[in-house]
Design a protein around this ligand. Structure first.
Ligand SMILES: Nc1ncnc2c1ncn2[C@@H]1O[C@H](COP(=O)(O)OP(=O)(O)OP(=O)(O)O)[C@@H](O)[C@H]1O
Ligand SMILES: [Mg+2]
Length: 428
């Protein structure tokens, strides 16, 4: 990387649906890392309908913002860039090369999440979604994803010769699981998530079942369905950040909790990973703060009830709505963990205030933080009881309704309402 590289940042305005230049981003290699710089354009700042692309870290101001976190990449931009899966897809274009955060951002597909676009020049990029796959391409994309996983594992695979067409559209999405983006006949985008080699259950069915079960528990979820291709089960989840529009798609700004919480990139350091802090931020930026705080509490409880302990801060997000206000996005990436501990399962983020056990998926711990979600303790306890009833009595029906077998149910039974959830609430 040369010492300073950059790009122009474009946003689709929530008011007019017009894509306009909103600022300039630059990334500089410095002695002990990278420094990112962002400035809003003056013309943009003068617009009455300008929206902040991140209301917490990049408010609308005529100033230069800098960050050395996350490789010098501002969270608002980083959230629209690929994670592990999309990066692997990009890296196979030129194996020997060192990629910077900017390379991943500019090298990813236009099907990326959110309302931002990027370009080397000031010309407004065309939102050409024609490289999105159709449902008919799903089999080829799934085979390609499988082949890439094999390639990473060092396997020789004859399929590897021409994977680019089907793999590239997937480079826009975040997350580690093999996936792609599919565009249906109505122009609606879907995230299609494929089986992965390490899966210990049928992920497609399980994820679809968890989403619909969460919906029954009063959580806002995107529509999801399972597509069967031979032995493969693929879960298709409707994209909630994009809607088909008359000419161009209607896009919504997307910010992860990772960005809102101002976190560093680390797999080991969980400092600041907190539902309680996230709730406080939502109360500041959400246009429906009470509703979103209560919804966040339900999601946290759901994750505890179904052992979704991979509920890290990139698995929660807010969306910029029509008026430029922010709301919690629908829930996504709800899956069980393989943790079989009977007494002590931990969520990824702090979910209570029990000293030393703040992440414990346990009723008393969850209730202990209730006030951070503007709930009384009795009210919070009641929410848990109601949701637990639904989860315990309905989870198998949800698995079955998505085509799951008795074996699929047995594979995840350990994840449902594990014993430690109630420790401390009843006499031993
Ligand atoms: N329905 C959706 N609409 C819009 N964006 C979505 C949707 N579902 C997921 N995303 C985006 O895609 C990213 C990856 O999706 P998801 O978290 O489901 O994948 P994953 O590979 O299972 O993730 P992880 O690495 O956390 O296991 C999310 O972080 C989010 O940015
Ligand atoms: Mg995820």
């Amino acid at each position: 990387m040369t010492s300073r590289v950059g790009c122009f940042v474009f946003v689709q305005l929530p008011s007019t649906r017009e894509t306009v230049i909103c600022g300039r981003y630059e990334l500089e290699e410095i002695r002990d890392g990278f420094l990112g710089r962002f400035v809003y354009g003056r013309t943009y700042l003068n617009r009455p309908d300008a929206v902040a692309i991140d209301p917490v870290n990049l408010p609308l101001k005529d100033t230069e913002f800098t960050t050395s976190k996350v490789g010098g990449m501002f969270g608002a931009l980083r959230d629209t860039a690929p994670d592990a899966w999309g990066r692997m897809v990009i890296e196979r274009r030129d194996r020997g090369r060192a990629y910077s955060e900017l390379d991943y951002l500019l090298g990813s597909s236009v099907l990326r999440v959110g309302a931002l676009s990027y370009g080397a020049g000031q010309e407004v990029p065309v939102l050409d979604y024609s490289n999105a796959l159709s449902l008919e391409d799903l089999g080829a994309a799934s085979d390609a994803a499988d082949a890439l996983e094999g390639e990473i594992a060092g396997e020789e695979n004859p399929l590897l010769v021409d994977l680019d067409r089907v793999l590239d559209p997937s480079s826009g999405m975040g997350g580690a699981r093999p996936k792609t983006v599919v565009r249906d006949g109505d122009g609606q985008l879907w995230v299609a998530k494929f089986p992965s080699r390490g899966d210990r259950w049928t992920n497609g069915i399980t994820e679809a079942a968890y989403l619909s079960l969460a919906g029954e528990c009063g959580i806002t979820v995107p529509e999801a369905r399972v597509v069967t291709l031979g032995a493969k089960k693929i879960v298709m989840v409707k994209r909630f950040d994009q809607e088909p529009g008359k000419d161009e798609p209607i896009r919504r700004l997307f910010l992860s909790a990772h960005t809102l919480l101002g976190l560093e990139e680390s797999v080991t350091d969980r400092t600041g990973w907190s539902y309680l802090d996230l709730s406080h931020i939502l109360r500041r930026i959400s246009s429906r703060p009470e509703e979103d705080a209560a919804e966040l509490f339900r999601r946290m409880v759901f994750n505890a009830l179904v052992s979704n302990t991979d509920d890290h801060p990139r698995n929660h997000a807010v969306l910029g709505t029509n008026s430029g206000d922010w709301r919690l996005s629908p829930a996504y990436d709800l899956v069980p963990s393989s943790d079989r501990s009977l007494d002590d399962r931990r969520l990824a983020m702090t979910c209570g205030v029990t000293p030393g056990r703040e992440r414990w998926a346990n009723r008393l711990n969850l209730v202990s933080g209730a006030q951070h979600f503007r709930l009384g303790e009795d009210e919070a306890d009641e929410v848990i009881t109601t949701m637990k009833e639904i989860v315990v009595h309905r989870w198998e029906d949800h698995v079955r309704s998505h085509g799951g077998t008795a074996q699929d149910c047995r594979n995840i039974a350990h994840a449902i309402a594990y014993e430690g959830l109630e420790y401390g609430t009843v006499p031993d």
